[in-house]
Design a protein around this ligand. Structure first.
Ligand SMILES: *[C@@H]1O[C@H](CO)[C@@H](O)[C@H](O)[C@H]1NC(C)=O
Ligand SMILES: *[C@@H]1O[C@H](CO)[C@@H](O)[C@H](O)[C@H]1NC(C)=O
Ligand SMILES: *[C@@H]1O[C@H](CO)[C@@H](O)[C@H](O)[C@H]1NC(C)=O
Ligand SMILES: *[C@@H]1O[C@H](CO)[C@@H](O)[C@H](O)[C@H]1NC(C)=O
Ligand SMILES: *[C@@H]1O[C@H](CO)[C@@H](O)[C@H](O)[C@H]1NC(C)=O
Ligand SMILES: *[C@@H]1O[C@H](CO)[C@@H](O)[C@H](O)[C@H]1NC(C)=O
Ligand SMILES: *[C@@H]1O[C@H](CO)[C@@H](O)[C@H](O)[C@H]1NC(C)=O
Ligand SMILES: *[C@@H]1O[C@H](CO)[C@@H](O)[C@H](O)[C@H]1NC(C)=O
Ligand SMILES: *[C@@H]1O[C@H](CO)[C@@H](O)[C@H](O)[C@H]1NC(C)=O
Length: 490
């Protein structure tokens, strides 16, 4: 049943994939009259900005729970500030990286690994300013960057490499931001490697329980009463208005919950995250169709999850296929052997994109941008073809103006060592990620309000604002097979 409707959806949608929001869209039609009449006191419209989108929507989302919303998020959120030091507990390094570390220890492989680890370019504050409300906060107890393993340990963020600053530094940034944005809410997920339910040594290897509890105490002390407290009720049964009345605007999901938080009611067990991953990145085509099917079914998944107080989180992140890592390492460190082994072609073939035969994306962010290029079509279909959204999405290469970058130029904050991405037109092209999700939330909330015969001026005033914002970063596809960007495929 689901499969059939997805196929129908795809057919209809591919045919019209270059159109912006269709004129037949019932939603656009419904708001056309209101736009004209709202010119006098367009308060909701003039109030809207990415850094306070929840505040703007509050008149219609207040009676919903957070598990009825869809939050734009980032994947591996703190990789914008990676050092070149491998973190403790990165003992699940992919074999090619372990090989690089072993073979090339004299050639500062840290820069190579950074090329393969960094997926974000915006700081914590910039992410929040740009509307991100779900943060994938990965942490480990380790010695500081450039220090020996025996040096003093603390908690740092990580993705193979650890961050330049301690984890608390980034959380303080978030707290400062929340204080300046009293109507906004934030969901944080603390884990080492994006594992919802692993416990003890499987989550934080060799970190004693008191060390975890001590870090949690710091988090509690920092956010204090801002933390959502399940002692007052479960998340699925608490309205956003009630959360705001209690000033509880930060929801923390903690992996290894019992040991990490000592069963605190001010954190939620990350086992309650229904974390759905994409495909195994072997082919863009497969990933694309998997995600389309997932989003077509998202309402059902959300309904089931909410009944169990679970949050449906969907990854739209890129993963590096092992062959890409292997071949990128060969190409960088042993170009002659790479050439002999036809490494570029082998690497390109992994993505299974017609015409992509002579480019091995040299960094993980190159893959993120490529993945985003196909992701934008799925996200756009949420508005143009009534797909549904999960409770939160986490995604790579989030850019300014609440966009995801789809072009070929790497995000420039903290430039990678010698890496700028490939040159060519459409380098910084981006898609309106956050505005698309906000518009979806608004449409859903307004439809629910209407069914209760309750109306709000934001339902008339905000949609045109959001549509216009979407038009400034619309779905854009082009033909650049060399770098895997195709028109009308898959
Ligand atoms: C716009 O913002 C002002 C000041 O923050 C607030 O009083 C007003 O209610 C807001 N209007 C809407 C429609 O959200
Ligand atoms: C990082 O990637 C870029 C290509 O984008 C390459 O020029 C640079 O040499 C790489 N650096 C390392 C250390 O791998
Ligand atoms: C680590 O050492 C490198 C090279 O000396 C330096 O550039 C970097 O700033 C240091 N990082 C930290 C966090 O001290
Ligand atoms: C954990 O909580 C229990 C009871 O709430 C308390 O007695 C104990 O001291 C706490 N343990 C730590 C390490 O804080
Ligand atoms: C936390 O709660 C679980 C289940 O109620 C219990 O088994 C465990 O001992 C508790 N852990 C701590 C550290 O209090
Ligand atoms: C893409 O995937 C779909 C569904 O998984 C499949 O039917 C189709 O043949 C694939 N197309 C290409 C070009 O690989
Ligand atoms: C919320 O979750 C709890 C625990 O799973 C469940 O018993 C309850 O029925 C749920 N409430 C709603 C409104 O879905
Ligand atoms: C390298 O791979 C390409 C694409 O598969 C193929 O056309 C070419 O013949 C291969 N070259 C060698 C030397 O194996
Ligand atoms: C850039 O994208 C636009 C469509 O958005 C396309 O018309 C143009 O040809 C692209 N440029 C290149 C060089 O691919």
């Amino acid at each position: 049943m689901i499969v059939v409707s997805v196929l129908l959806l795809c057919v209809g949608w591919v045919a019209g994939s270059h159109a912006t929001a269709g004129a037949t869209d019932a939603f656009t039609g419904a708001t056309a009259g209101a736009t004209a009449g709202a010119t006098a006191g367009a308060t909701a419209a003039s109030n809207y900005s990415l850094d306070s989108w929840m505040t703007a929507l509050m008149p219609v989302i207040g009676t919903m729970s957070l598990l009825d919303l869809s939050l734009p998020g980032t994947h591996d959120s703190m990789t914008w500030d990676l050092s070149t030091t491998v973190s403790d507990g990165s003992n699940d390094l992919p074999p090619p990286i372990a090989w690089v570390l072993h073979e090339f220890h004299d050639f500062a492989p840290g820069h190579f690994i950074k090329n393969q680890s960094r997926t974000q370019g915006l700081s914590m504050t910039q992410q929040l300013d740009n509307g991100i409300r779900f943060i994938d906060f990965r942490i480990m107890y380790t010695s500081g960057p450039n220090n020996t393993a025996s040096a003093t340990h603390d908690w740092y963020c990580l993705h193979m490499l650890e961050t330049n600053n301690k984890a608390m530094t980034y959380l303080r940034e978030a707290k400062t931001w929340l204080d300046a944005h009293p109507g906004e809410m934030l969901v944080l997920w603390l884990s080492r490697h994006g594992n919802t339910c692993a416990k003890g040594n499987d989550q934080y290897p060799n970190v004693p329980d008191p060390i975890k509890v001590a870090f949690w105490s710091q988090v509690e002390a920092l956010f204090g009463d801002l933390l959502f407290d399940e002692a007052h009720g479960l998340l699925n049964e608490t309205t956003i208005n009630d959360m705001r009345a209690r000033h509880q605007r930060v929801v923390v999901y903690a992996s290894d919950y019992a040991r990490f938080t000592n069963n605190s009611t001010r954190a939620i067990d990350a086992c309650l995250i229904d974390n759905q991953l994409g495909d195994s990145v072997q082919s863009e085509n497969a990933t694309f169709h998997t995600l389309m099917a997932r989003f077509a079914d998202a309402d059902n998944i959300k309904r089931n999850d909410k009944q169990q107080n679970r949050l449906y989180l969907q990854s739209m992140a890129a993963g590096a296929p092992l062959q890409q890592l292997e071949m990128a390492a060969l190409l960088h460190f042993l170009p002659k052997i790479a050439h002999r082994d036809n490494a570029t072609a082998k690497c390109a073939a992994v993505f299974a994109i017609p015409g992509l035969t002579a480019w091995c994306p040299p960094t993980l962010m190159d893959i993120s941008l490529l993945t985003n290029y196909y992701n934008q079509r799925i996200l756009d279909a949420v508005i143009t073809h009534n797909l549904a959204l999960p409770n939160a999405i986490y995604i790579d290469a989030v850019d300014t103006d609440g966009t995801i970058r789809t072009g070929t130029t790497l995000l420039d904050r903290a430039p990678l060592h010698g890496a700028n991405g490939v040159s060519g037109a459409n380098g910084t092209t981006a898609f309106a990620y956050v505005d698309t999700m906000v518009l979806y939330n608004l449409k859903r909330a307004c439809a629910a309000a209407q069914s209760r015969s309750s109306t709000s001026e934001v339902c008339h005033e905000l949609p045109p604002v959001l549509e216009a914002r979407r038009k400034s970063h619309p779905l854009q596809t082009w033909n650049d097979p060399t770098h895997g960007r195709l028109l009308g495929w898959p």
